[in-house]
Design a protein around this ligand. Structure first.
Ligand code: UTP
Length: 326
């Protein structure tokens, strides 16, 4: 059994997916580099890991990895130009992304699934608990989740996933957890996990979202995990094996698996509609851009509402006008 009291310092961020839902934008650019207001989505994720004390970040990359690496690296030419202009504000913003921690990269060859991407991190992570943050899942910085998950791991051992209650009609899009209460408000024990359950078969409305704190035992399980849904090696399937594992003679199981039920703001920036929601909401709340943007958006919505009212009122008249006179 690993020492569960140790702080978690390593975070793995898989960014090797194909991003097909966002084509053609993601044909030559990783979806994680799409800007949410004025920062690429991935920067919010790395900032979240850094603010939870995870200073060692491993990105599991695939094709088109260069923009990601460049974004988290220094850009001396740009820095020198901004410095010469005395533009300290922009200089600070340019430097921020290269000062978030030690960022490492490993390549996933073929995108054989999230489970396979996590397995690519095994040599770097070694035998210690670690966090996984999906690079396209944006958790609002005001709703901390990762540090709570690390606390739950420290208390119960094993692995911890983030759960969110979703509309029953949406659960087939997620990994879904069967749960039982622990007596601790936001913490549940996971008794079963199913990746993207067929409609009507989901054991609950609790969806697994893109934050995990994992026991290193997961690597052994992933090595044995066969391709599942979509022909991909699914992290959910490996976690399911840990959740239902029988204790071994030495007392270890790799489990248990707990869930932290998250009620904060979260956006799947790989989904176009959610990406737009994230952009609008974060822009709306920004001190610098917010006032002007809010004014424009209010006018836009009011104008749209007015247009609909006028169209509705005119429809019978227009229909009459079109009716041929007998
Ligand atoms: P998604 O399920 O969003 O898949 O992956 P995707 O391929 O990136 O996007 P779509 O569905 O085609 O639009 C969830 C996370 O797992 C990573 C992705 O980068 C994303 O952060 N991933 C997925 C990998 O790193 N490797 C894989 O083989 C699959």
């Amino acid at each position: 059994m690993n020492d569960t009291s140790v702080g978690i310092t390593k975070a793995v961020v898989p960014v090797a997916g194909l991003g097909t839902r966002f084509l053609p934008a993601t044909k030559a650019t990783p979806k994680e580099m799409l800007p949410v207001v004025d920062k690429p989505a991935i920067q919010y994720v790395v900032e979240e890991a850094a603010s939870a004390g995870m200073s060692d970040i491993l990105m599991v990359t695939g094709r088109n990895k260069r923009p990601l690496e460049d974004h988290f690296d220094r850009n001396y030419e740009l820095e020198a130009t901004l410095h010469a202009k005395g533009d300290g504000d922009r200089l600070a913003r340019v430097c921020a992304s290269s000062e978030l921690g030690d960022i490492h990269y490993v390549r996933q060859g073929d995108p054989r699934g999230l489970g396979h991407a996590v397995l690519c991190a095994a040599p770097h992570v070694g035998n210690e608990p670690f966090a996984v943050l999906l690079g396209d899942d944006l958790i609002d910085p005001r709703d901390p989740l990762l540090s709570r998950m690390a606390e739950v791991r420290a208390r119960f051992g094993g692995s911890v996933v983030a759960l969110m209650e979703v509309d029953p009609g949406q659960i087939h899009l997620y990994g879904c957890a069967a749960i039982e209460a622990t007596g601790d408000g936001d913490v549940v024990r996971i008794t079963d996990l199913v990746e993207k359950p067929d409609p009507g078969t989901a054991p609950s409305n609790y969806a697994v979202i893109g934050r995990y704190v994992l026991d290193p035992e997961i690597f052994d399980v992933l090595r044995r995990t066969e391709p599942g849904r979509g022909g991909e090696i699914q992290l959910t399937d490996a976690l399911q094996a840990l959740a239902v594992a029988t204790p071994q003679p030495d007392g270890t199981t790799g489990g248990p698996v707990h869930g932290v039920v998250f009620k904060g703001r979260r956006y799947d920036t790989g989904d176009r509609a959610d990406f737009l929601r994230a952009t609008v909401r974060l822009a709306w709340e920004r001190e610098d851009l917010g006032p002007e943007f809010r004014e424009w958006l209010r006018e836009f919505v009011a104008q749209d509402a007015l247009t609909s009212v006028v169209q509705d009122a005119l429809t019978p008249v227009a229909q009459d006008a079109l009716t041929p006179v007998a």
